[in-house]
Design a protein around this ligand. Structure first.
Ligand code: URP
Ligand code: ZN
Ligand code: ZN
Length: 460
């Protein structure tokens, strides 16, 4: 199997040039101008197109038992959707309930993906309790190729951990060189405010953001930063949504706390008025932390541009509007949380970030691929275009014009939060380790070809 991508404009986090890329087997082997066509090579003409490294989504949920139901995608549907959107690697949150053991849960999540995913994948191992045997199980999971943990300072009684568990998790992570990703919201404040709102008869989806205002997230970040400072562990704040939380993270970074920050495409493009839509439509936009006041969008775009924020993820968590979101029709606290967007992250970042001048092409690659690979021990195998790297490539057509619609999406969910939004540009050809997996919005790859990516910790 060999592939020659000719005449594309190669864009990495720090370079831009026109050249041909030759891939032998699963690997990029040569990059140069005017490479001759080797016998038998498949040739892709990328004239007038960008060639990006395969994008990596650092925060997705595919298999997610949550709030009394299951998220809708499988690895088959989710990986297909990812690939047509230019995402060639998924990092999924493995989220055991508090009664489940870490090791058994890791095996369960692996079994959802192995032989079923069309793109490459790995996991952040969720630590949702720290019992007597948890440390030994986590050590074994790290030996099996996982180099990041996930914790929740939210979802009281479900995934949330207490302060003793938080301390022990961070101590172990520091010892093992594992980076700890964290959902930061003060779960007690959330629970109390939900109780008060419901008691006052405020039950509609628009109350969701009232139950968890920015200070609730900022306290969660501050809390994590205190524990990170004392333990020395490397941390990564997932789905940061607002100025107040960013201020806490930056104050900690200035005093030497090891912290990276992720925001989401949803926070960059949607706002809390979406969750206030009538006829229960707002339920489509319920996620945690919630969509914020629109003024935060500029804060987040600026944060990306100036390097305060490292990555853009989706926190893809698809729940159907017709059958699952209505679990919370009479009580917003029962609306399954999540806004699906795995398929659209790159097209939205390009259209509403690059084309509007908020970020440049290098920043797009950096926040959606390179930084993710570096933080999560995949670089330079993933996250860049160079000889020796996996041939995960996105030939991107900047001239494409289209509109987002649930009718055409591959994500297995019955709505799009971005229904009717115009997009300018989309992936034209997507490869995973040297094999074409998507063309012009259609999946053309092989279900089950996706590989589990073994990672070694580096955050000592
Ligand atoms: O609302 C969200 N974010 N749903 C998925 C679970 C999580 O908190 O990441
Ligand atoms: Zn979360
Ligand atoms: Zn999540």
């Amino acid at each position: 199997m060999s592939l020659l991508i000719k005449n594309g404009e190669i864009i990495t986090a720090d370079s831009r040039y026109v050249a041909d890329i030759y891939c032998e087997g699963e690997t990029i082997t040569r990059i140069d101008r005017n490479l001759s066509v080797p016998a038998g090579a498949e040739v892709i003409d990328a004239t007038g197109k960008f060639v990006f490294p395969g994008f990596i989504d650092p925060h997705v949920h595919i298999y997610l038992p949550f709030m009394g139901t299951f998220s809708k995608d499988t690895y088959e549907t989710g990986s297909k959707a990812a690939l047509v959107g230019g995402t060639t690697t998924l990092i999924e949150m493995c989220c055991p309930s508090r009664k489940d053991d870490a090791l058994a849960s890791f095996d369960l999540w692996m079994s959802q993906a192995v032989g079923k995913s069309a793109c490459d994948f790995t996991f952040h191992m969720g630590v949702t309790k720290f019992a007597d045997d948890t440390g030994a199980q986590l050590r074994e999971i790290v030996r099996r190729g996982i180099s990041s943990f996930k914790i929740f300072l939210a979802y009281k009684g479900a995934f949330g951990i207490d302060d003793t568990e938080l301390y022990r998790t961070l101590k172990l992570a520091k010892e093992l060189g594992v980076i700890v990703t964290a959902h930061c919201e003060n779960e007690t404040l959330v629970a109390e405010r939900c109780r008060e709102l419901l008691a006052a008869g405020k039950t509609d989806p628009g109350q969701h953001h009232e139950s968890r205002p920015p200070a609730v997230e900022a306290e969660g970040v501050h809390h994590l930063m205190t524990f990170a400072e004392v333990t020395g562990a490397a941390t990564y704040i997932v789905h940061l949504s607002c100025q107040e939380a960013l201020d806490e993270a930056m104050a900690a970074r200035r005093r030497g706390v090891r912290v990276a920050v992720e925001t989401l495409i949803q926070y960059l493009t949607l706002d809390k008025t979406d969750a206030e839509r009538g006829n229960f439509e707002g339920a489509k936009y319920v996620m945690s932390p919630p969509l914020r006041d629109a003024r935060n969008q500029a804060v987040l775009w600026n944060g990306l541009r100036n390097g305060l924020i490292q990555t853009v993820a989706t926190d893809h968590a698809p729940f159907d509007f017709q059958k699952q979101k209505p679990m919370g029709r009479e009580d917003f606290t029962k609306i399954p949380n999540g806004i699906p967007s795995l398929e659209e992250r790159i097209n939205l970042l390009y259209t509403y970030g690059v084309k509007t001048g908020k970020i440049d092409l290098h920043k797009l690659v950096d926040v959606a691929s390179t930084q993710v690979a570096k933080l999560f021990d995949l670089f330079p195998r993933k996250g860049t275009i160079q000889p020796g790297a996996d041939a995960d490539l996105v030939v991107f057509d900047p001239d494409y014009r289209g509109r987002i619609s649930a009718k055409t999406q591959l994500m297995n969910v019955d709505y799009s939060a971005f229904e009717g939004w115009p997009v300018e540009g989309r992936p034209s050809v997507v490869t995973v380790r040297g094999a074409v997996a998507a063309r012009d919005g259609k999946f053309t790859g092989t279900v089950g070809r996706g590989q589990f990516l073994r990672r070694s910790p580096s955050h000592f």
